[in-house]
Design a protein around this ligand. Structure first.
Ligand code: PLP
Ligand code: COI
Length: 367
């Protein structure tokens, strides 16, 4: 198919040699450490709109010290994955949903909205070029990281008139070092991540910068992730540092997946939304509602909450074994994870690798 938007393709004259790439792909990939041979750049100028893009060798970019992003932080990003299908083809999971959220985040930060087709085309061109970087073992994928930054050289505090879109790709394995072993989490009560009317539901770099001090405190306490409470009541569970959260409640033989409702200050995760849709197919009821820290503690102690898990593109589905906070430690179930998170994870991965029927049309075949 001819390109819908002009993206000039200039492949690297010295791509990673095949044996080196195979060695890297066979190693423990972890998350966000290794990058493929190419990247896509698409500039935007207020007067001209989106300018012709370029696929070029992965390399450092030059940025003027007066570029707005370096001073006032206009920067939004996305994250989605391409999977090697059982057939050998490559397909992305719901990239159109990421493209829409990228637009939403850009709008909130007074940045230009990239057309959905342009976003998808950039991804297709990069994946096609670097297709040999898509790993094939279960649990691995190619993580795509689109980024939009303000590049106008101006120190006036106003929306930049120039931007750069950047797309890079990274072969990825497990986000957490222990793989899918249950993690412990730290409930943060001294900082807030996002407030009503703020930027919490945008995938905005500043949200992550503001979360790092709490994430560091969680790490000091031996926890893998921070859990955020709402900014107003300071007792409602919102989400985690880089993922959404689900609870599994058992009552009268019915299993219910509960996740905090979208409050405007938590990220509307695409994995979260997908699990709300596939949960009922596995026989689970689903609820989006307020859940307080007090309810989390009491229902876990009463044995009604049998599991809790983190979900997101990077984290996939990772069980939460225990929750820590000023109140002490609360074990969830026996602390070892459980069958519901496992069943959801198996089903989601089966769709993503093309083993299960893609009933909801989520997979976007690239090549
Ligand atoms: N919440 C935050 C703060 C995140 O960074 C992410 C990751 O993207 C998520 C939730 C999960 O979103 P998704 O499932 O779209 O990856
Ligand atoms: C993702 O899952 O794509 C994310 O962006 C989360 C990452 C920041 C840990």
């Amino acid at each position: 198919m001819p390109p819908r938007f002009p993206i000039e393709v200039s492949p690297s004259s010295h791509p990673t040699p095949t044996d080196e790439r195979s060695r890297v792909l066979a190693s423990a990939l972890g998350f966000g450490q290794i990058f493929t041979d190419h990247m896509v750049l698409i500039p935007f100028r207020e007067r001209e709109g989106w300018l012709p893009g370029a696929l070029q060798p992965y390399a450092p970019i030059q940025i003027d010290p007066a570029a707005a992003v370096l001073h006032y932080g206009q920067s939004v990003f996305e994250g989605f994955k391409a999977f090697r299908q059982v057939t050998g083809d490559i397909a992305c999971f719901r990239p159109d949903a990421n493209a829409k959220r990228f637009q939403h985040s850009a709008r909130r930060l007074a940045m230009p909205e990239m057309p959905i087709d342009m976003f998808l085309q950039a991804a297709e061109i990069l994946i096609q070029q670097d297709r040999d970087w898509v790993p094939s073992t279960r649990g691995t994928s190619l993580y795509l990281r689109p980024l939009l930054i303000a590049t106008e050289c101006s120190l006036g505090v106003r929306p930049s008139r120039e931007y750069q879109f950047i797309l890079i790709a990274s072969p990825a394995g497990d986000y957490f070092r222990g793989g899918i072993k249950p993690v412990s989490v730290w409930v943060c009560d001294n900082y807030v991540r996002a407030a009503p009317g703020g930027t919490g539901e945008a995938k905005f770099g500043g949200n992550y910068a503001a979360s790092l001090i709490a994430q560091a405190e969680a790490t000091q306490r031996g926890c893998a992730q921070v859990v955020w409470l709402d900014a107003v009541h300071r007792d409602q569970i919102e989400e985690m540092g880089g993922m959404n959260i689900f609870f599994v409640l058992e009552s009268n033989g019915q299993t219910t997946l509960v996740t905090p409702k979208l409050s405007g200050s938590l990220l509307p995760g695409i994995t979260r939304e997908s699990l709300l849709l596939i949960g009922p197919k596995l026989g689970y009821a689903v609820e989006e509602r307020t859940i307080t820290l007090a309810e989390w503690i009491s229902s876990a102690q009463a044995g009604q909450m049998t599991e809790a898990f983190a979900c997101g593109t990077a984290a996939v589905i990772t069980p939460i074994g225990s929750m820590h906070g000023q109140h002490g430690e609360t074990l969830i179930g026996d602390g070892q994870g459980g069958p519901v998170a496992q069943a959801l994870r198996d089903y989601l991965l089966a769709i993503q690798y093309g083993e299960a029927q893609d009933l909801l049309g989520w997979m976007h075949r690239v090549c």
